[in-house]
Ligand binder design. Structure first.
Ligand code: ARG
Length: 572
């Protein structure tokens, strides 16, 4: 059930006949009618004809009577379409009995890698990791729902020179002591303490340096201690994922170390391809077309002067593995915007090396920062960076207060469930409803507000619809055919019929704020419907049809929010 596709499939051939070449009849929602098509305007110049004449000729050729109740040329040559109530009724009646709500899987499914979250071992997850984790998780949910084979890749920072000092610090503390500190999430103080010694104590620094060499050599004892650090950190990250309600599991950790064995072969292959160049003492690739501010070519450093491999080399190995071994054709990297250039360089090198050729393509899903009310990076009052866990706990506490105020009848367990759904949902939604390329201001008041484009508003809209069914004492609703008549029914039906098109477009752009905006419009349109159209007080067939519209709205809200990683309690 994709109304837009249905309309476009009729208009497309008519335009093509008039233009003598394929035309994409781009449709959009309009203030003047249900849909508007502007294709005649862009065609006019090419054909040297008046857009209104083109539009009229197209309308003369196209058969829309079963889908539209009115079709007209307006203004300079827009085609305005009013969708017929009968067509809406048919579409929605089908969607209502479909567990996928009329949204078919993608016609071309593929293997997609979503590289996301990716914190660093023995380092705290800060709010900066929040966005990547939330956006990446929405991508996984939406792409899976569309039928793609999705591989979650948590590219954990688990290798490199800091591990020398971290392991030595672990030995100083004693293993069980260190494990305790790490498993309760005291990652930052662990890291800081190691750092302080590294900077101040020559003997410690020497030990740390020897330890890095031992680690790279594969010394058994050193590896065992390294594994301990990784395991304790992973255990802690999993508790954060659990609290956040994201899909990442222990099976999704694919740390940088996973690619160690592949680094030498990757370097050799780059060398054989003639791409590797010595620069200083490092082996680099300078992909064509990349220059820095100083006008000098920009490198990806493959092997560093000390013989170790860098972050870039690991990403090259990962890309090669993902396309060649895993057969992925869509590679998504959900990482903050400051790493944009890094990824552009990696993609360019991978392309030159032949590891990233069509149909495979890589996309950096960058995102902006989370700001405090002062417009600067969000920090605690003491100026430290804020621990993610603290933020999540506060969200749930605040949401619990809200839940108790809103509905004093809820039991303690219900309050706890609602608080978690609303608190975590509010944080996720504040993030996902903003264009990810922009920064956003973290604002408790706004994100927890019951009005406006917020998670609580949408969750409440959903729960309110469910309460209609409780009042009617309907436990299991079996959808009956939907008939659309009243203008408010028409408006709601039109929104519902647009779900598939929104999902299909977000599948391409991964602009989740478009899905958020859609859900918000759907919920406000439902309010209008509920205000003007009695449901339980309506008669027989009208009542059944309206109940079916209510049910479908609740299910679309629920599914849409699920795709954003947000839970929808039945009662609030
Ligand atoms: N661990 C890195 C960081 O915290 C992010 C890794 C992103 N993914 C990647 N394939 N490089 O900055």
């Amino acid at each position: 059930m994709n109304l837009e596709t249905l309309l476009a499939d009729r208009l497309g051939p008519a335009f093509a006949a008039v233009a003598g070449a394929p035309v994409d009849p781009v449709l959009r929602r309009s203030q003047h009618a249900d849909y508007q098509c502007d294709a005649a305007l862009s065609l006019a110049r090419r054909l040297g004809r008046r857009p209104r004449d083109i539009a009229a000729e197209v309308l003369g050729q196209v058969e829309l009577a079963d889908l539209c109740s009115a079709v007209a040329v307006s203004g300079p040559g827009f085609i305005n379409l009013t969708v017929a109530d009968s067509a809406l009724g048919t579409l929605l009646s089908t969607a209502a009995v479909d567990s996928r709500l009329g949204v078919a899987p993608s016609a071309a499914t593929e293997t997609v890698i979503v590289d996301y979250s990716s914190p660093n071992v023995a380092k705290e997850m800060h709010v900066g990791h929040l966005r990547g984790t939330v956006i990446g998780d929405a991508a996984v949910r939406l792409l899976e729902w569309r039928g793609h084979q999705v591989i979650k890749a948590n590219h954990l920072g688990d290798w490199g020179t800091p591990f020398g000092m971290l392991i030595e610090h672990l030995l100083d503390l004693g293993e069980s002591e260190a494990a305790d500190e790490l498993s309760v999430g005291d990652l930052d103080s662990f890291y800081q303490a190691a750092r302080v010694k590294f900077d101040a104590d020559d003997a410690f620094r020497e030990r740390a340096q020897r330890r890095v060499v031992a680690l790279q050599r594969g010394d058994e004892l050193t590896l065992r201690l390294w594994r301990l650090l990784v395991a304790e950190s992973e255990k802690y990250f999993l508790t954060v994922y659990d609290q956040l309600g994201v899909l990442l599991t222990e099976r999704d950790f694919r740390g940088e170390s996973y690619y160690n064995e592949q680094l030498a072969p990757v370097t050799d292959e780059l060398d054989r391809l003639g791409l590797l160049r010595e620069s200083g003492d490092a082996a680099c690739v300078f992909p064509a077309g990349f220059v820095g501010r100083d006008g000098q070519p920009l490198p990806i450093i493959v092997r560093k002067r000390d013989g170790g491999f860098g972050y870039g080399a690991t990403d090259l190995a990962a890309i090669r593995h993902r396309t060649q071994d895993l057969g992925a054709t869509r590679l998504l990297y959900v990482v903050g915007l400051p790493q944009r250039q890094h990824f552009e360089l990696v993609y360019a090198v991978a392309w030159q090396a032949g590891w990233l050729s069509p149909p495979a393509r890589a996309e950096h899903l960058g995102f902006g920062s989370i700001l405090g009310s002062d417009g600067k990076m969000l920090r605690s009052r003491t100026g430290d960076s804020i621990k993610l866990v603290g933020l999540l706990e506060e969200a749930v506490t605040r949401a619990a207060e809200l839940a108790r105020q809103k509905n004093p009848d809820l039991s303690a367990t219900e309050v706890a469930d609602v608080a978690r759904a609303v608190g975590i949902g509010a944080i996720k939604y504040a993030d996902l409803s903003t264009d990810r390329n922009k920064d956003y201001v973290f604002d408790w008041q706004r994100m927890l507000s019951l009005d406006g484009n917020t998670a609580p508003y949408l969750q409440y809209a959903h729960a309110r619809i469910r309460s209609i069914f409780r009042r009617a004492e309907i436990e299991q609703f079996t959808p009956t055919p939907i008939t659309v008549g009243h203008p408010a029914e028409h408006a709601l039906a039109l929104e519902l019929a647009g779900f598939g098109a929104v999902v299909a477009s977000v599948e391409q752009t991964l602009q989740f704020h478009r899905l958020a905006g859609y859900l918000h419009t759907l919920a406000t349109t439902f309010s209008g419907f509920y205000e003007h159209c009695p449901v339980l007080r309506a008669e027989d067939a009208v009542r059944d049809s309206r109940l079916a519209l209510c049910d479908l709205t609740a299910r679309v809200l629920r599914q849409g929010l699920y795709l954003l990683g947000i839970a929808t309690p039945d009662r609030m």
